[in-house]
Design a protein around this ligand. Structure first.
Ligand code: MG
Length: 260
């Protein structure tokens, strides 16, 4: 069966989200270092730990896990879209969460300054927003595929945040026939229902589609469960620590051409 459609994950598949987040942490922690003398790298580690702990303590945690919104996205998301009541709860929690993560991160290094914590929490959001990075090959690959196969973007996350990420890279959106955001659909990858929904939007059968993504536990696991050929983009030679294998492993998106 020939391939008629390609589904792409967004973060760290087409968008270089890891780099954006790392740089936002670095700039924010460097600023903190100038204010109070903390080591920027220690502060980043400390804030990441505190953020994770806090995020997991909220009643919204099972929901964020199911939709696929990580603690560091919560450090800049506004959560002001999405129909589910959990998004309203997150919208309410977010400002306090952001401030507490930075304030506790400072406190763990012996700096008691909630005002600086609040400043850093705002700064982190601004730094992340100013860095919408795509991989060098993203546009090249989409240009090559456009018109030959249908293209669908299948991303886990909060509708407002994923939309904001897309707004930051306006060249990306026109390539896609369909865009599905888990928070708007109601279930996140790896749930098979979101993959079935994607297939029905594309009007293709499972064996006519490819799913390309960087995350084994969501993109690959979900594609496998829906019977869609899974393509793991593994740029950094990560070790597969799961009990399942992707159908194909690639290091660069241009390797997709050979699969069509
Ligand atoms: Mg990803």
């Amino acid at each position: 069966m020939s391939i008629k459609a390609v589904m792409f994950d967004l973060d760290d598949t087409l968008l270089w989200d890891d780099k954006s987040v790392e740089e936002a942490f670095y700039e924010t922690c460097l600023y903190a270092s100038k204010q109070c003398g903390v080591d920027p790298h220690e502060l980043e580690t400390s804030v990441r730990n505190e953020a994770r702990k806090l995020y997991e303590s909220y009643e919204t945690y099972p929901f964020t896990k199911m939709i696929g919104i990580n603690p560091f996205e919560g450090l800049w998301a506004n959560f002001n879209a999405g129909d589910q009541p959990e998004f309203r709860k997150l919208e309410e929690l977010a400002p306090g969460y952001r401030k507490a993560a930075w304030t506790k991160g400072l406190a763990a290094l012996g700096v008691d300054d909630s005002e600086l914590g609040a400043t850093l929490s705002d700064k982190f959001g601004a730094e992340r927003r100013s860095r919408p990075y795509m991989y060098d090959e993203t546009i090249q690959v989409l240009t090559e595929l456009k018109g030959k196969v249908k293209l669908l973007l299948l991303t886990n996350g909060c509708p407002s945040l994923q939309q904001e990420k897309l707004d930051g890279v306006p060249d990306l959106v026109p390539f896609f026939d369909h865009i599905i955001i888990s928070g708007a659909f109601g279930k996140g990858k790896p749930d098979a229902t979101i993959f079935h929904h994607a297939l029905s939007q594309l009007d293709v059968s499972a064996d006519e589609a490819l799913m390309v993504g960087d995350k084994l536990t969501t993109d690959i696991k979900g594609a496998l469960s829906a019977g869609i050929k899974s393509v793991w983009i593994n740029r950094n030679e990560k070790v597969n620590d799961q009990s399942f294998e992707p159908d194909v492993e690639i290091k660069h998106l241009t390797e997709i051409y050979e699969l069509l």
